[in-house]
Design a protein around this ligand. Structure first.
Ligand SMILES: C[S@@+](CC[C@H](N)C(=O)[O-])C[C@H]1O[C@@H](n2cnc3c(N)ncnc32)[C@H](O)[C@@H]1O
Length: 301
């Protein structure tokens, strides 16, 4: 049998050789998970049972092939909440916590203790779950179209003990939008990568579903479609809050203004990039918008 320290070094070296920058961190996560021990190197000479060592080697091998660590572990953390993940659902990113923070700040400022909130393009449900846990009296809806993502969403809502209403449906379709009205807040981290970005994805990201990534040729299709269509589901004075990609803030701000949203506030993520925007729905009429993408939006790569 092999000792913890010997196996740890073997796996970390394999990952380093495969070009994984976070070799030590990833090895530690795999060991913590497989040994069920938060400090696996506290007892370096302890022997690892044969079967466990075999499984650790298999996971290391998959990680060497650039499979995301989060998919290998099957669970990750978002805003302090456990979230099950696997192929077919986007891995929650720390940047998205900025969006949750911004919505919570709006609720604090506006004294909304029981807001009606819809999380569009909910994926794993991480945003909806984090908001419901922080705002237990909120009425929260999670809308998602992917047949692969929906089982994760259902399981995560159940596992976190959150009373969230899941709406399977396409956010680009009127019949989905018409299921919700009188919302105080719409929050969304929609797919936002451009066609060019889809062609040069980091290897790990190629294992994530294209449906969760591709936002139309310029990456902005969902912002146009959601802002135009879902405005009707928001109360006047309600908020639309989006996450978006690098350098998209001006375009997203322009889309919000086009559809009579005002008082746009941007927030930066932990890396200092402008990552989210929230804006208030005014009572003004929306002028005819010629470049409508609700019907024309295509999500094929
Ligand atoms: C960028 S991911 C965000 C997932 C999750 N909200 C998060 O922040 O981790 C976008 C999500 O939108 C979903 N999606 C893509 N097109 C959609 C559509 N037309 N209607 C509803 N959901 C859609 C994808 O399946 C994916 O789960």
């Amino acid at each position: 049998m092999v000792s913890r320290k010997e196996l740890f070094d073997e796996c970390m070296n394999a990952l380093s050789t495969a070009g994984i920058d976070t070799a030590r961190f990833d090895t530690l996560c795999i060991f913590q998970d497989m040994l069920g021990d938060p400090n696996p190197l506290f007892l370096p000479e302890k022997e690892v049972p044969e079967e466990t060592a075999e499984r650790i080697r298999q996971l290391t091998e998959l990680r060497c092939q650039n499979r995301p660590l989060q998919y290998l572990l099957g669970q990750w953390e978002f805003y302090g909440c456990p979230v099950k993940v696997g192929e077919g659902v986007l891995i929650p990113r720390p940047d998205t916590e900025t969006l949750v923070d911004q919505v919570l700040e709006i609720c604090r400022r506006e004294n909304m203790t029981s807001p009606k909130i819809a999380d569009l393009c909910s994926g794993s449900g991480c945003i909806a779950i984090a908001l419901k846990k922080q705002l237990p009296r909120a009425e929260v809806y999670a809308v998602e179209v992917s047949e692969e993502a929906l089982p994760y969403l259902r399981e995560n809502v159940r596992m976190n003990g959150t009373d969230i209403c899941i709406i399977p449906g396409d956010v680009l379709k009127k019949e989905t939008q018409q299921q919700l009205s009188g919302l105080d807040i719409i929050v969304s981290n929609p797919p936002y990568l451009t066609a060019d970005e889809m062609r040069s994805l980091q290897k790990e990201v190629t294992f994530e579903p294209a449906l969760a990534l591709f936002g139309g040729s310029d990456g902005l299709g969902f912002y146009r479609a959601i802002t135009e269509l879902w405005r009707k589901s928001l109360k006047t004075g309600g908020y639309m809050a989006f996450e978006f990609g690098d350098e998209q803030h001006e375009a997203v701000g322009g889309i919000l203004r086009t559809f009579s949203f005002d008082d746009i506030q941007f927030c930066r993520d932990g890396g200092g990039n402008i990552r989210t925007a929230a804006a208030v729905k005014t009572g003004e009429q929306v002028l005819n918008y010629s470049d409508s993408t609700v019907s024309g939006h295509k999500t094929e790569v």
